[in-house]
Write a protein that binds this ligand. Structure first.
Ligand code: ZN
Length: 485
């Protein structure tokens, strides 16, 4: 929070120096010092945003958020642009497909990723591997850390006090860290363990069976480097992803059955087994800048009516952090992280997720060619099976991600439930039931999330199913409305 009068960061609604009310939602932005060749994280209303704290020179606005580009990704982009090692001494940063080389913007068109000659790129990566060192990168990161030390001090101590405050109502044996192997939960695990000085907390890793090999390697390293942490692995051992795909078709953006089946379901089972009826507190790495729907959620939320997990409170210590803050913390504190980020992935969920962007698809083609072609072959044969005229184009242009119904899928012919589309709302279906809705009916939806009657609009008999465990995907809700209760 920001005190306008004192022009400084404060931790509460009232400034501890002057007593005036503080401002909450002043965004942080990224400025560039061309002398130090480094990004500076500054409040949009901070008068000093135009001056570099290191050299005193003028800064200029760069963008709203940014991530570092590691030497591995830099080389791949250079190969794509046909200029290997050209930017090896530069300070290189990116947001989405926009790259900044020493502060100069370069957009990489998506077509360049889609049309890339990947075998040539792989050859180039091997050819320059030895030459492509971290010496220049490390030098630029040192400057970045020095230039943003105030920001680090603020976000770190603010997160510490949030964590201590939130955890004070729970015994430490009922405190859980949700750990995905991604950068956000890596930071949360580190913050919580340090703030509470409890290295032996329970960490739950949901292995979706669709993780990057680098994520699994990182989790193994994490276990080795944090011998006191109790690491529980949640995994669906009954189902095989490809078998389910054969049966009901691949997941699509609007039909991400894989999340509940391979991620949230197994995590819920582990938590229920460990804690049964106990009140628990889960820290997780959700951030509001990840998606629009997340921005509406609170930093701490509890739902005592929940059926799925009895009495759970979830808390997000880095809710307000930007990507650049997460990297500032990881690189300053020198904590180990998932190597997939070095290659250029900006999120490390399941490698076949229909929510992954074109760049992630391109990276998988380069770094996981076997898995990539197995998955593509499956998608092409699926497209053929459901009668798509150009199955390869349907797959390569990403149209499979937009699939909505079960047309052509064998399981859909064996109809147990019929629905009509709702005309008033997108993505809503109308089912006619032959019995009144009871609590046991709602309990059938427990695998999808927390069944909450409290959150729904009572007047129309609305019941909402919420899933608070997503680390990579948008929070999902299913709403039931019944006019005859
Ligand atoms: Zn400077």
């Amino acid at each position: 929070m920001w005190c306008k009068k004192c022009e400084k960061e404060v931790y509460s609604d009232v400034c501890d120096t002057c007593g005036s009310t503080t401002l909450k939602d002043i965004p942080f932005e990224v400025y560039w010092c061309n002398h130090c060749k480094t990004p500076l994280i500054k409040r949009a209303n901070d008068n000093s945003k135009k001056i570099c704290g290191l050299c005193g020179g003028q800064t200029e606005y760069l963008c709203s958020d940014i991530r570092p580009v590691f030497p591995e990704e830099r080389l791949l982009i250079e190969l794509l642009l046909d200029c290997p090692m050209k930017y090896s001494d530069c300070s290189v940063w990116a947001s989405n497909n926009k790259y900044y080389f020493d502060g100069v913007t370069k957009n990489i068109p998506l077509k360049l990723f889609a049309d890339a000659d990947t075998p040539m790129l792989i050859q180039g990566l091997n050819q320059f591997k030895e030459k492509n060192t971290y010496s220049s990168f490390d030098k630029h990161i040192k400057t970045f850390i020095r230039a943003n030390s105030d920001r680090l001090d603020y976000i770190r101590s603010e997160a510490y006090s949030f964590i201590r405050d939130t955890a004070s109502n729970y015994p430490s044996e009922n405190t859980v860290i949700s750990f995905s192997g991604g950068k956000d939960s890596t930071v949360v695990a580190d913050l919580v363990v340090r703030a509470l000085e409890k290295p032996n907390l329970v960490h739950i890793f949901g292995n979706t069976t669709l993780e990057f090999p680098l994520t699994i390697e990182y989790v193994h390293r994490f276990r080795k480097n944090n011998p006191k942490a109790v690491l529980k692995i949640a995994k669906n051992k009954e189902q095989v992803f490809y078998d389910v795909c054969e049966d009901i078709g691949p997941p699509a953006r609007m039909m991400r059955w894989c999340c509940s089946m391979f991620k949230t379901g197994p995590i819920t089972r582990v938590i229920n087994n460990l804690y049964k009826e106990k009140q628990i507190l889960t820290f997780y790495g959700i951030r509001k800048y990840e998606s629009v729907s997340r921005s509406k959620y609170d930093r701490v939320s509890s739902n005592n009516e929940s059926v799925k997990i009895q009495k759970q409170t979830v808390a997000a210590p880095i809710f307000d952090w930007k990507d650049v803050d997460v990297w500032l913390y990881i690189l300053s504190e020198k904590i180990d992280f998932n190597d997939a980020y070095r290659l250029g992935y900006d999120r490390v969920g399941c490698w076949c997720c229909p929510n992954n962007n074109e760049r992630a698809q391109f990276l998988s083609k380069v770094y996981m060619p076997e898995e990539y072609s197995k998955w593509r072959d499956f998608l092409v044969s699926f497209a053929r099976k459901i009668g798509k005229p150009d199955p390869e184009i349907y797959v390569d242009t990403g149209k499979w991600k937009a699939r909505q119904g079960g047309n052509g899928v064998s399981a859909s012919e064996d109809i147990k439930l019929k629905f009509t589309n709702c005309t008033a709302e997108d993505n809503a279906k109308i089912y006619q039931l032959n019995k009144p809705i009871t609590d046991s009916f709602y309990s059938l939806f427990n695998p999808f999330g927390i069944v909450s009657k409290e959150l729904g609009r009572k007047l129309i008999g609305e019941v909402i199913v919420l899933d608070p465990y997503f680390t990579y995907h948008r929070i999902k809700s299913i709403a039931f409305r019944s006019l005859f209760q």
